[in-house]
Write a protein that binds this ligand. Structure first.
Ligand SMILES: [Ca+2]
Length: 463
């Protein structure tokens, strides 16, 4: 079995600015400039627990992912694309609102329904990308894993989406609807009694949504639960990998292949309807791969889901808009999931609320603008935290002394420079403290955590 690993030299090549960066950006909309009738459709595909090194276009070798890779070859692949949390629900809260989710206390996962806090859910003070795009004249649909609350008031159709198919919690069987339990599959608010393999069902529903809404503009939010546990793949997919002996690994590869096929169906539908140039497509992961053997790889990064090392927060991250963004470009400067929100709104010609902390990255991805979209990125996840400022990275891993890395020289975070560069460590701690001043205490903690105070993270003693 190939490990999917690649050398530092290969990593730096993959991470560097790529070829084919022809500036097509002259027609790119900035804030509020989309012409009437020219609003692009937005398709936002989110993968679950898909580590940085888990796609062919990011160096993965075990299982080909040609359809997802085509988004990179037909668009821009970000080598330093980050999410705002190393676990599922908080990242989604940031992505949907365009705000660091710690601003409104959506800092932790809830845990499964039996142990989740009663108040769990995206606070009603917050607007979602669905809300914003609906106001801008879009038809909106959410197909897949919601994980922003399972109370009635948090249902996606109460939070900016006209349609919903999927489930409300953090994980779901791929082969059983779980009807009659606390975690069923839904169409709208109706429980489903029978379904096909879940990834196939999500593809079918996504294609149907595009078919019904093709006159647009539409916003399709498609958060797959693949490749999150449970590791369940149809035999026909597992049989594609006879050379992978480890059963968990073979199931994982089958799940990844199923998601790749599902993405292929969505892309084929856009193509057949002549929508490629009228649709901005994003693909990103919600957090790094989990640490169990056989699952998603974060190669060559350090750390896993749940951690603020790069392996927990740097993810596959791509954008495609044919005719507007260059094809086959690799973008190396840091971008953040919050930028997806702002970029979608800019493309739609919608107002970007002052509370939104993302940046419209279209001019950056196109090459129209050389400057970095953002100079810094921050993480706070209960007892863990981190900051990236320029090429420097601060990591508080939830115990022990803070660590400092230079990502330009050491992308795998192997060489802690905190003792050698105390002034740089202090600078990043100050930057973190400044960012953290605007955060509030977590509104809930994962019900599986040992009971402890809902304190802030890392060096944030006052929270
Ligand atoms: Ca996840």
């Amino acid at each position: 079995m190939r490990s999917g690993s690649f050398t530092r030299r290969e990593f730096l090549r993959l991470a560097g600015a790529g070829a084919g960066a022809a500036a097509l950006g002259a027609l790119l909309p900035e804030h509020g400039e989309a012409q009437a009738g020219a609003k692009p459709n937005i398709v936002l595909i989110l993968a679950d627990d898909l580590g940085y090194g888990s796609l062919g276009c990011y160096g993965f070798k075990d299982a080909a992912t040609p359809n997802i890779d085509s988004i990179a070859s037909d668009g821009v692949r970000c080598a330093a694309g980050y999410v705002t949390c190393p676990v599922c629900s908080p990242t989604r809260a940031g992505l949907m609102t365009g705000r660091y989710q710690q601003r409104f206390g959506h800092e932790d996962n809830p845990g499964p329904p039996p142990v989740a806090a009663a108040n769990f859910g995206l606070p009603e003070t917050e607007k979602t990308l669905g809300d914003y795009l609906k106001s801008a004249g879009y038809v909106t649909g959410c197909i897949g894993k919601w994980h922003l609350g399972h109370r009635a008031a948090c249902h996606p159709m109460k939070r900016g989406f006209g349609e919903f198919f999927g489930f409300l919690t953090g994980a779901h069987s791929y082969v059983d609807t779980l009807a009659g339990t606390d975690n069923p599959l839904y169409r709208g608010t109706a429980e489903l009694a029978k379904e096909e393999y879940l990834t196939d069902a999500l593809a079918r529903e996504a294609v149907s949504f595009i078919d019904r809404r093709k006159h647009g503009p539409f916003f399709l939010y498609l958060p797959f639960n693949a490749v999150h546990d449970p590791l369940q793949a149809p035999e026909r997919y597992k049989d594609s990998f006879p050379r992978i002996a480890f059963p968990r690994r073979r199931s994982y590869a089958g799940m990844l292949r199923a998601m790749d096929d599902a993405v292929g169906k969505v892309l084929a539908k856009l193509r057949s309807e002549g929508l490629d140039e009228k649709t901005l497509v994003f693909f990103l992961g919600d957090n790094g791969g989990y640490r169990l053997p056989g699952e998603s790889l974060n190669t060559p990064l350090r750390g896993f889901k749940g951690e603020t090392f790069e392996g927990g927060v740097r993810v596959p991250f791509m954008a495609r808009w044919k005719g507007k963004l260059p094809a086959g470009k690799v973008y190396g400067k840091p971008v953040l999931s919050l930028d997806v929100t702002a970029t979608a709104l800019a493309a739609a010609g919608a107002d970007i609320a002052p509370s939104i902390e993302g940046v419209n990255i279209l001019p950056h991805l196109s090459g129209q603008r050389d400057s970095a979209p953002r100079s810094d990125v921050y993480w706070r996840f209960v007892e863990r935290s981190g900051a990236r400022v320029g090429d420097w990275k601060l990591v508080n891993s939830g115990g022990g002394a803070p660590m400092l890395f230079n990502l330009a020289e050491d992308p795998a975070e192997t060489n802690d420079l905190s003792k050698d560069r105390p002034e740089k460590l202090k600078e990043l701690q100050e930057a973190y403290r400044h960012w953290d001043e605007r955060n509030v205490a977590p509104r809930w903690l994962d019900g599986r955590r040992a009971k402890k105070p809902a304190a802030g993270a890392g060096d944030s003693a006052e929270k």
